[in-house]
Ligand binder design. Structure first.
Ligand code: NAD
Length: 248
């Protein structure tokens, strides 16, 4: 299927690693000119080497002034903006009960996972309004719907991101900007290996998807092929959450 993305532009946060990198490479392979944003400069350059004529900005998405500068100068260099994909994210505390979680840890998770997306989309708005087919995709998680034990800040932040996407889809529909979320279960990336340990991915006892699997969901949502899909979440969890507790 021709995704009709060739000749368009997109900005991807978290583009230095995992899902963000796979999404950037997949978009570039479809002929999209990409702006790559991340706080990891060295890894960002490696992504850029796989994308023709990429715009690169080293930025911490939790700082408003940095986001303003990175997004506005990216749009200028790209000459417009059709797609925004917010992948920058952190896990925060893993295996911690609420009594063990500091306010600083809680705030850090929300700052990246929720506020970061808010800042990036808000700054990209004027350019998206000018696009003929604007699409925003937010990387949530199945943890927005089912809970990974000991990861309350992460789970709560991803649920907030899903609802941010739904709210924005309503608020921006009049501007012709679609907003959707993707909510994958475990993806083999630096983040999940850090959380679960690399050994968990040797002959894993759980279903694992690749960053490229998730990138394909994102690309469909960025593409005008999905123009009727707005305010939706693609829950890609191998059907795990569809199963009730009914013992049959
Ligand atoms: N890996 C999984 O199992 C999984 C499952 C569901 C959802 N997700 C979500 O997908 C997204 C991408 O995760 P991933 O697994 O590819 O992780 P990753 O750790 O491989 O990549 C995350 C990227 O975000 C960047 N980043 C983090 N904080 C930042 C900040 N403040 N400013 C700028 N960049 C920042 C990191 O430098 C890194 O390059 C995240 O939002 C994550 O929550 C991951």
């Amino acid at each position: 299927m021709d995704l009709r993305l060739s000749g368009t532009t997109a900005l991807i946060t978290g583009a230095a690693s995992g899902i963000g990198r796979a999404t950037a490479l997949a978009l570039a392979a479809e002929g999209v000119r990409v702006a790559l944003l991340d706080r990891d400069a060295a890894a960002l350059d490696e992504t850029a080497r796989g994308c023709r004529d990429a715009v690169v900005r080293v930025v911490d998405v939790t700082y408003e002034a940095q986001v303003e500068d990175a997004v506005s100068t990216s749009v200028e260099e790209l000459g417009g903006l059709d797609g925004v994909v917010c992948c920058a994210g952190i896990s925060g505390p893993v295996g911690s009960s609420i009594g063990e979680i500091s306010l600083a840890d809680w705030n850090a998770v929300f700052a990246v996972n929720v506020t970061g997306a808010f800042l990036v989309v808000a700054q990209a708005l004027p350019a998206l309004r000018a696009s003929a087919a604007a699409s925003v995709v937010l990387l949530a998680s199945d943890s927005a719907f089912v809970s990974s034990p000991g990861m309350a800040p992460y789970c709560a932040s991803k649920a907030a991101l899903v609802q941010l996407g739904r709210s924005l889809s309503v608020d921006l529909a009049g501007d012709g900007i679609r907003v959707n979320t993707v909510a994958p279960s475990i993806v083999d990336t630096a983040m999940s290996r850090g959380d679960l340990g690399a050994e968990a991915f040797v002959d894993p006892e759980f279903a694992v998807q690749t960053p490229e699997d998730v990138a394909s969901h994102v690309l469909y949502l960025v593409s005008p092929r999905s123009r009727a899909i707005n305010g939706a979440t693609i829950l890609s969890d191998f059907g795990y959450s569809a199963r009730s507790g009914f013992p049959a």
